[in-house]
Design a binder for this molecule. Structure first.
Ligand code: SAH
Ligand code: SF4
Length: 356
């Protein structure tokens, strides 16, 4: 597998490519023009491109499948250089706002959900990604390449704002070095210029790695996939809870450097008759007291073969009301793209079974 030009910060690229003005031009081709290959880079001498082509590829992934939902969500399946596949999702968060004359007041807002590994080691009982086991970490360039490819495919100019959530396939903190590198590359001022504030790392709760991410001081947000309020159920759902139990996660969150205007997001996957009762809501309020938290309730999205069930809407709403009445901010994640196998791992799974 060749390295990718998307593996490097601008400074690193300057040491790889001489003269430096060429390196800067190439950086522009990568992040302002979303070049997919060396042929796209019109003002770069062929000799230099040939030399670079010996060692590097431009974008290490290609789109092999795309599913578009009627709510504007687009799910992508990518093939990597070694034939492995991962998913990303393009999410429309807010529609374009028009004034009375039909002029645009505010452009539509989008979030990109990216993968960090092929498969996952954590093995959560409810997660389809876990079923295939773990294959390998993604490189920084493979993480960055997902965003570049989605912006390109949606004709989203480099200077338009975008948010990134590390909530696709894999456990981001289990691939911390490449994750941190990708975060830095996204932040590059002459690149995509996506600040840490616009990037949210979602983790199943590796408490020691939450501390390490905090020490790196990258300015990113964290989202904790909590899903349960007692260790017994959490260990059933997320086996590594044995090593990183709920209280160790809460302690790590309290140490994490958080922008004073922001909150830590707690994801709570609601599963029928497992964790959808008011007693759980009550425990959750207690657990999060003293933390500037926001809870995101997620409907469990069933797939063939799972024992878990989607919760009733009424239970979901009652759960939310309890939290809100007790002072917690709480949203219910609307099931974006529910008609296109939205939860992570589900498009990949579908494609594989169609191919079999
Ligand atoms: N590994 C990280 C990030 C990727 S998982 C983590 O666990 O946080 C991203 C989110 O997808 C998690 O919050 C997880 O709970 C959710 N998810 C996994 N399987 C799901 C399913 N079947 N239905 C709904 N959400 C699911
Ligand atoms: Fe891995 Fe997250 Fe799926 Fe758990 S929910 S198996 S941590 S990707």
């Amino acid at each position: 597998m060749k390295s990718s030009l998307l593996d490097f910060t601008q400074k690193e690229l300057l040491t790889q490519i001489k003269p430096s003005f060429r390196a800067k031009q190439i950086f522009g081709w990568l992040y302002h023009n979303y070049a997919e290959n060396f042929d796209d880079m019109k003002n770069i001498p062929k000799l230099l491109k040939d030399e670079l082509g010996e060692k590097f590829v431009v974008n290490p992934l290609k789109i092999i499948k795309k599913e578009e939902s009627n709510d504007g969500t687009i799910k992508y399946l990518f093939e990597l250089q070694d034939g492995k596949t991962v998913e990303s999702v393009w999410l429309k968060m807010k529609d374009t706002q028009l004034d009375d004359n039909g002029d645009v007041i505010q452009e539509a807002k989008y979030t990109i959900c990216v993968s960090t590994q092929v498969g996952c080691k954590i093995g959560c009982a409810f997660c389809l990604t876990a079923k295939g086991g773990f294959t390998r970490d993604l490189t920084a360039g493979e993480i960055v390449g997902q965003v570049v490819a989605l912006k390109r495919d949606n004709d989203h100019k480099h200077n338009r704002m975008i948010n990134i959530v590390y909530m696709g396939m894999g456990e981001p903190l289990d691939n911390l070095n490449n994750l941190a590198k990708a975060i830095e590359i996204f932040k590059e001022e002459e690149g995509l210029c996506i600040s840490g504030k616009r990037q949210t790392v979602s983790t199943s709760g590796l408490s020691n790695k939450i501390d390490r991410l905090g020490e790196m001081d990258l300015g990113v947000h964290i989202a904790i996939s909590l899903h349960a309020v007692d260790d017994e159920l959490r260990t059933e759902l997320i086996p590594m809870n044995k090593a990183h139990n709920i209280s160790s996660i809460i302690e790590a969150v309290k140490r994490f450097p958080i922008d004073t205007r922001k909150r830590v997001m707690f994801e709570y996957l609601v599963i029928k008759n497992k964790n959808d009762d008011i007693a759980s809501a009550k425990k959750l309020v207690k657990l999060l007291s003293g933390i500037k938290a926001k809870v995101n309730l997620i409907y469990f999205n069933p797939y063939p073969g799972t024992e878990y069930k989607r919760p009733e809407k009424a239970d979901m709403v009652a759960f939310q009301e309890y939290l809100v009445n007790h002072g917690l901010l709480c949203t219910i994640r609307d099931s974006k793209g529910i008609d296109i196998s939205a939860a992570c791992g589900q498009l990949k799974e579908k494609t594989q079974s169609e191919l079999e």
